[in-house]
Design a binder for this molecule. Structure first.
Ligand code: GSH
Length: 215
């Protein structure tokens, strides 16, 4: 059995893993779940991944790995070419700091279930949900722009001239940002890094619109 990615075309955490698999040249098949229809809460999926979130990666021996960052770090250890995290511990910590500014500080606040809770349980109107989304992006993107703009560790990508885990998280967040029409004018460095990612087929093929089950 090949690698199987349980995912959803529009899920940014899924975009992360698709980009990592493709940067590493790994082949995989898709099983798709439509989140708005709650397919990720089905007994079948929960038996694979009790966390009930996508993505999850099923390995050749059927073992399931959950959580996008855990999956990508696993892939980086088992298939180290190309490395997505620097080998120097201090540089690795710096890159992880960028990663978590997006993956831990933006994404959980802007996840589908949170936005649905705001709208459906707290009666926040659609414009309020959009303001919420953009607010949490701005909190982290303002800091990231400041961190990256003049840092000598940055090259074409967040760290040097090869794409890595921070670029993957930025690129995936950008896919979400487009749906909420986030203005990138205040973040020229982040916008340029995202443009550089879009030069690479591995990233383009990870976009929601490139997914075989996009709909
Ligand atoms: N920390 C998790 C987040 C996974 C996650 O939240 N996935 C979203 C899609 S991007 C999801 O499954 N949402 C379903 C929901 O909110 O009900 C990861 O990085 O894998």
């Amino acid at each position: 059995m090949s690698l199987v990615l349980h995912n959803f075309f529009r899920s940014s955490a899924s975009v992360r893993v698709r980009a990592a698999l493709q940067l590493k040249g790994l082949t995989y098949t898709h099983v798709s779940y439509t989140l708005r229809q709650g397919e990720h809460r089905s007994p079948t999926y929960l038996s694979l991944n009790p966390q009930g979130l996508v993505p999850a990666l099923q390995l050749e021996d059927s073992t399931v790995v959950a959580q996008s960052l855990a999956i990508i770090e696993y892939l980086d250890e088992v298939y180290p070419k190309p490395l997505l995290l620097p080998s120097d511990p201090l540089d690795r910590a710096w890159v992880r700091g960028l990663v978590h500014s997006i993956a831990s500080d933006i994404h959980p606040l802007n996840n589908l279930r949170v936005l649905q809770y705001l709208g459906q349980e707290l009666d926040v109107i659609e414009a309020g949900v959009t303001t919420w989304f953009r607010h949490w992006v701005a909190e982290s993107f303002t800091a990231l722009e400041r961190q990256l703009a003049d840092d000598p560790r940055r090259g074409q990508f967040c760290y040097g001239d090869s794409p890595g885990l921070a670029d993957i998280c930025l690129f995936a967040q950008m896919a979400n940002n487009r749906r909420f029409e986030v203005d990138m004018t205040p973040y020229p460095t982040l916008a340029t890094i995202n443009t550089n990612c879009l030069e690479l087929p591995a990233f383009v093929d990870a976009l929601p619109e490139s997914h075989p089950h996009a709909g």
